[in-house]
Write a protein that binds this ligand. Structure first.
Ligand SMILES: Nc1ncnc2c1ncn2[C@@H]1O[C@H](COP(=O)(O)OP(=O)(O)O)[C@@H](O)[C@H]1O
Ligand SMILES: [Mg+2]
Length: 251
């Protein structure tokens, strides 16, 4: 009898998005700022992909293009099977509402709404009924550890708790793609770690993809893969946590 076949290495998870050859410049022709210069980037389902690089290297611009809020000057953006360059403005808005959850550096909470109402906003925008939206908002708030705080105004909660409200709001409509722009930069080290643990747990879902932009080495160890960016382009992709640790020994 033939010897059993040696197992192959597992196949990589499917791509959630692939960006190729992106260019983007701002300003008038005589004083242009090049933000992206032939940037290539991809992210897979079931992973936390980190995008790192110094301030001004183009990270936020790249995120704005992959979420369809900004048009690239050149290049291709395929996100969740959609070629963003071919979608109308209305289709892009719908695509964002249905498939993307955003988490910003400064939380962007609405002060006049309660905690649960803030979280319910994406559902209400999608046309979900108020009772159902409230139920789903309260359920996700419990999941991020904010049970009992749902009816308070956000400003009564600490910075870390406010970031968790923002995370609950980004996740409440079960988006495929969760996009975080420097989610821990306004937080102390311990709270930042709690936020990253929460994001990591969502990235373990093989139907989801979490992209985290950062220049904070304290959170590099939460990445499954890491793309390093400099002067508007991706200069290196570290494909495993071991490769990330080897390239950034101080983490
Ligand atoms: N709307 C804009 N108008 C003009 N310049 C911009 C704009 N957005 C970004 N830039 C410039 O593009 C470059 C990349 O910015 P950004 O993507 O915000 O970098 P990062 O997020 O890595 O700090 C910077 O030089 C920045 O000043
Ligand atoms: Mg930025």
């Amino acid at each position: 009898m033939a010897a059993p076949l040696a197992p192959l290495a597992p196949l990589p998870a499917p791509l959630a998005l692939q960006l190729t050859g992106l260019d983007k410049a701002f300003g008038p022709p005589d004083s242009r700022t090049v933000a992206l210069n032939q940037a290539d980037f991809d992210a897979r389902l079931g992973e936390l992909m980190m995008l790192v690089g110094p301030s001004g290297c183009g990270k936020t611009t790249l995120l704005s293009i992959l979420t369809g809020t900004l048009h690239a000057d050149a290049g291709e953006s395929n996100v969740l099977g959609h070629r963003l360059g071919t979608l109308s403005q209305a289709e892009l808005t719908r695509f964002r509402r249905e498939h993307i959850g955003f988490i910003f550096q400064d939380f962007n909470l609405i002060a006049t709404l309660s905690v649960w109402e803030n979280v319910a906003v994406p559902l209400l925008i999608q046309g979900c009924g108020r009772r159902e939206a409230e139920g789903r908002a309260r359920a996700i708030l419990a999941q991020v550890g904010l049970k009992g705080r749902e009816d308070e105004p956000p400003k009564r909660l600490s910075g870390g708790q406010q970031q968790r409200i923002a995370i609950a709001r980004a996740l409440v409509h079960a988006p495929t793609l969760i996009v975080c722009d420097e989610p821990t930069s306004a937080l102390d080290s311990r709270t930042g770690q709690q936020v990253m643990e929460l994001l990591t747990s969502f990235a373990r879902d093989p139907r989801r993809c979490v992209i985290v932009v950062s220049h904070d080495p304290r959170i590099y160890r939460y990445a499954d893969r890491m793309a390093e960016m400099e002067d508007g382009r991706i200069t290196r992709v570290l494909a495993t946590p071991a490769a990330i640790a080897a390239a950034h020994p101080s983490i």
